[in-house]
Ligand binder design. Structure first.
Ligand code: ADP
Length: 291
């Protein structure tokens, strides 16, 4: 049904204003965005072994935050803390505070299943269900009993994930018939279908070719208008291209010199991390001197 017309159709001449960013600030005007996550002294261990320790930084709303650093420094471990995926690993233990929208994410009355609905995750390897494209998207909304016309929910999610035009004529075919890049966008669509607040992406492009990677990167930049995104990537160009903030992790020998544990060396605006980092270890890593 057409919207009722509430304004007269006369032509108004307005002085154009400079475009506003999603936080309402003007270009060139920096404003600290509202934090969605606040991490304070977060340490994650598997059994006796600490994988990553004393992580403290805020993750802002409507930004893309990249976690970078050499293999084994705890990036995946940390991102899994943000939607309590580590709960599914029996030996994993999370210490410190993970605050989400002002609430302790690990508080006793927090439902981990609800958390994973609000904070969706996309993995390294696309993992569609062995079902039709349509049913992959409809699965979550059905399980959650979401209201609304299912065809519309499915179309909206696929459009949002920039894959609709490529699949709209074969929605009832098996998702395994899609290319890797399409499968990954399907997984993003599946995540969007349950209307999350945050999307976590753990190396989402590492199994994809450069063209599919470019599509996912464009999609991420589009999605941050509505969602907050955290991405683990080993691809520094990708972090530099898409993210607003970057946390650089490294692995260090503990004081007892027996174990190696991941730590954050530097967290800052991505531009600063890549052009003028404070710590020489960050500089060595981003310039490719070590890795
Ligand atoms: P990254 O993502 O930076 O490569 P990970 O978070 O995967 O790092 O790993 C950090 C450390 O934690 C590594 O030493 C790894 O072996 C260990 N680790 C990761 N997952 C598990 C697990 N499920 N059980 C035990 N140790 C793990």
């Amino acid at each position: 049904m057409a919207e009722p017309v509430t304004e007269s159709p006369e032509i108004r001449v307005e002085t154009p204003e400079p475009a506003k960013d999603v936080d309402g600030s003007r270009p060139g005007q920096k404003r600290a965005r509202e934090p969605i996550f606040q991490l304070a002294d977060v340490t994650v261990s598997y059994g006796e072994k600490r994988a990553v320790r004393e992580v403290t930084f805020d993750i802002a709303k409507h930004e893309i935050t990249a976690l970078i650093g050499p293999s084994g420094c705890g990036k995946s471990t940390l991102i899994r803390c943000l939607n309590r995926m580590n709960d599914l690993i029996p030996s994993a233990r999370v210490e410190g505070k993970v605050v989400y929208h002002g609430q302790d994410l690990y508080g006793p009355d927090v439902d981990a299943v609800e958390v994973r609905k609000r904070i969706g995750m996309v993995f390294q390897k696309p993992n569609p269900f062995p079902k039709s494209i349509y049913d992959n998207i409809a699965f979550g909304p059905r399980v959650l009993g979401m209201k609304g016309e299912m065809d519309e929910i499915v179309e909206r999610a696929l459009r949002h994930a920039a894959v609709w035009d490529e699949v709209k004529d074969r929605l009832k075919t098996n998702a395994f018939g899609m290319s890797g890049g399409q499968q990954q966008r399907l997984c993003i669509a599946r995540c969007l279908a349950v209307e999350p607040d945050v999307i976590l992406m753990d190396e989402p492009c590492s199994a994809l070719d450069p063209i599919s990677t470019g599509k996912i990167e464009d999609l991420m930049i589009d999605l941050k208008r509505e969602y907050s995104i955290v991405i683990v990537t080993h691809n520094m160009q990708q972090a530099a291209r898409v993210s607003d903030k970057t946390a650089f992790f490294t692995v260090e020998l503990d004081e007892d010199e027996k174990n190696r544990t991941g730590r954050v060396v530097e967290f800052d605006d991505t531009e600063k991390i890549f052009t003028n980092p404070t710590d020489p270890r960050t500089e060595a890593y981003v310039t490719g001197k070590v890795g």
